[in-house]
Design a protein around this ligand. Sequence first.
Ligand code: UDP
Ligand code: MG
Length: 349
Amino acid sequence: MDISKNEITAFANAGISASLSPRGATAMPSISVVAPAYNEQEVLGEFHRRVTEVLAGLGCDYEIVLVNDGSRDNTLALMHALRERDPHVTVVDLSRNFGKEIALSAGLDHTKGEVVVILDSDLQDPPELIPEMLASWRLGYDVVYGVRTQRDGETWFKKLTAKYFYRLIKKISRVNIPTDTGDFRLMTRRAVDAVGKLREEHRFMKGLFAWIGFPSIPVFYRRDPRAAGTTTWNYWNLWNFALEGITSFTVAPLKVATYLGLSVAVLALLYAAFVVWKALMFSDPVQGYPSLMAAMLFLGGVQLISIGLLGEYVGRIFNEVKQRPLYLVNRLLGSDLRDARLPDSGKTP
Ligand code: UDP
Ligand code: MG
């Protein structure tokens, strides 16, 4: 069969839209909003108000899944009060503090909507953007991820390190993680289920979200400063976060040791030949101590770094092989939303 070049070009040009399955301009899915919360008693009420305003305005079925990640303040009590007044609220109370990534995963596991939106409960991600995200969903995209155009209330050092971190990870791993992207995103049910299948203990969420693929499109927004309360982040966390990102998605650092060792060995051989040659030609007495010290310390350092690197990976293997559950739920109060995964679901006429 002869397929003409023109035919192929026509299909290639239509390629972007060919991978999409449009949903109709007026389609309205059931929506789950997920928000992990750790000590957010000051903002949670306002969060619920703003999210409800947007979702009720859309006139769709919705739920708000709040995950209490072992808060030490009155966050859980507030969640229960909200749930008492509003049957759209689901409260997932984790048995202790598991960290933001796992809390978010717990929330995703408990969503029932056809479409899921992830928000930070400190109102740094504007819920008002949901209608715009839905517009992209209608075009057929599975993932609509927020990209920050501006980072208010963050130090220049954090901005700079973030920028170079994403550049680095893009270079050394196969998964393309978009720059300036957090967890703020809209995902279809199949995308959420795909992320749910990745049960690794070390959860570099941005990487996991990128790993699943599916048609994705950015939506640009201004990241607001925290509405109230304080961030739990510090530079030590940031460093560990970067380590997590790199070790979760590439083994490139392990190769560095190999090539470093190889080049040092070759250089050492050349240097040895040079010393022998000098001794033979000029009967030069070999000057040992300083060069010996330098070489020894350098090699010792390189070896320790390499072992440490190995350890980072071995430690992660250790954590993964235990196959512990990601989290434990202390108490679950589900919302009234029908589960999109159940075969008899679908909207009531
Ligand atoms: N969070 C959580 N568990 C934690 C730490 C944070 O669930 O152990 C939540 C927190 O309530 C917030 C979100 O994760 O909704 C982001 O946390 P934070 O604002 O401290 O981080 P940043 O926005 O500075 O990246
Ligand atoms: Mg925040």
